[in-house]
Ligand binder design. Structure first.
Ligand code: 5GP
Ligand code: MN
Length: 360
């Protein structure tokens, strides 16, 4: 498959094959990427609640744990964490007739769980919106233009002719992923279709205002103080390159009693500074350096993360890993910037034409 392939819709024959597969009860496993976020858990649990309604035996398996602000999602209590319950997870994958792979497109993204998925003879269906998918699934619903995997799960339910099954639980899950992956409906990936889907989810009973509270007003004092510390003490701005970044050492995380999810979103604050088009966040966690990249406009952080940090993602939001020390990672990052100076320098006025719209 071409790495530039952007939209892979299911064709009518494939839709009928999947409908036939789902017409009798099956053992179904749904997996999502390492360190699941709102879209990963919203899409897996949205699909879980839908397939449960269709009387399948469904299990969601995550490669590792995820933030507690997602624990309220309906079906969360039944999720198996592969790192914590490896034996049970392996046995469940081994029994699966169908495996859905959601919000990722390379088995590298699910670490050791990928070996179990590879070994399995189950029918595999990937539903995802990240760039450059690998070719490991029997069926692919893949669209990099989709704002979220939750949007594609909505499409999938519609393709199955099952929109009438949308209920409060399914809608709450899908709303969560669309809301978190679009930065509350503000990123350029948000389209009129996104808003139309949201309208249908609200009509189907989703508790939109409560979801915002559950996700964004669930901060601990430690989490807010960690953010304050980052903003006050850990921000580096390199104006010349339109770049800003934060870094956190593991002792700093410990000082603020770090819990999973506490650093989520910090990278976006650097991008909110006037004139900044590229932001990065480096955190020393579990013995490795996790990197996050965000950009505005044409600077493609997916390519940057793939080339330099063994990662990937979207054009404007990507992540990766570094196996050198935190200090060395920062030195490496800063030393790469001159190569990108042309792409990162402030937007020339000539590009603010009526065809281009406002620069992002
Ligand atoms: P975040 O910076 O919030 O962890 O991730 C931003 C985006 O990049 C998300 O869509 C996420 O799935 C993707 N991403 C994060 N880390 C990695 C990685 O190590 N590899 C790849 N391929 N994608 C990543
Ligand atoms: Mn996503």
């Amino acid at each position: 498959m071409s790495p530039n392939q952007t939209i892979l819709q299911l064709n009518p024959k494939q839709i009928n094959e999947i409908k036939a597969l789902l017409s009798t009860p099956k053992n179904i496993v749904i997996v999502t990427h390492w360190s699941p976020d709102g879209d990963a858990m919203g899409s897996t649990l949205g699909l879980y609640n839908y397939l449960n309604k269709k009387k399948h035996n469904v299990t969601v398996i995550t490669p590792n744990d995820y933030p507690s602000f997602l624990f309220w999602l309906p079906g969360n209590k039944k999720v198996i964490n592969f790192s914590a319950k490896t034996k049970a997870a392996k046995a469940t994958v081994a029994k699966a007739n169908i495996i859905f792979c959601l919000d990722f497109n390379s088995l590298k993204r699910i670490h050791e769980l990928g070996d179990e998925v590879t070994k399995s003879k189950a029918v595999k269906c990937m539903i995802d919106h990240h760039l450059q998918p690998d070719d490991f699934a029997d069926y692919m619903l893949h669209n990099i233009k989709a704002c979220s995997t939750c949007e594609l799960i909505f499409d999938f339910i519609e393709l199955m002719g099952d929109k009438k099954l949308l209920n409060k639980d399914i809608s709450n899950c899908l709303y969560t992923g669309i809301m978190t992956d679009t930065g509350s409906f503000r990123f350029p990936s948000t389209t009129s279709k996104t808003h139309r889907i949201i309208a249908e989810l609200v009509d189907a009973g989703c508790e939109n205002a409560a979801i915002h509270n559950r996700i964004y007003d669930d901060n601990t004092e430690d989490k807010l103080r960690l953010l304050g510390f980052c903003l006050a003490e850990k921000l580096t701005i390199l104006k010349e390159y339109g770049t800003a970044f934060f870094s956190l050492r593991s002792d700093e995380l410990k000082h603020f009693n770090y819990k999973k999810g506490d650093t989520e979103g910090i990278v976006n604050y650097a991008l909110s500074i006037e004139g900044i088009r590229f932001s990065a966040f480096f955190v020393e966690r579990d013995g490795e350096i996790k990197t996050s990249f965000r950009s505005k406009g044409d600077f493609n952080v997916n390519l940057f993360a793939r080339k330099h940090f063994n990662g990937g993602g979207h054009a404007n939001a990507a992540g990766g890993m570094s196996d050198i020390s935190l200090d060395e990672t920062i030195i490496k990052f800063v030393s790469l910037l001159p190569d990108y100076k042309k792409d990162l320098s402030p937007t020339p006025k000539s590009r603010i034409g009526k065809n281009k719209g406002l620069p992002l």
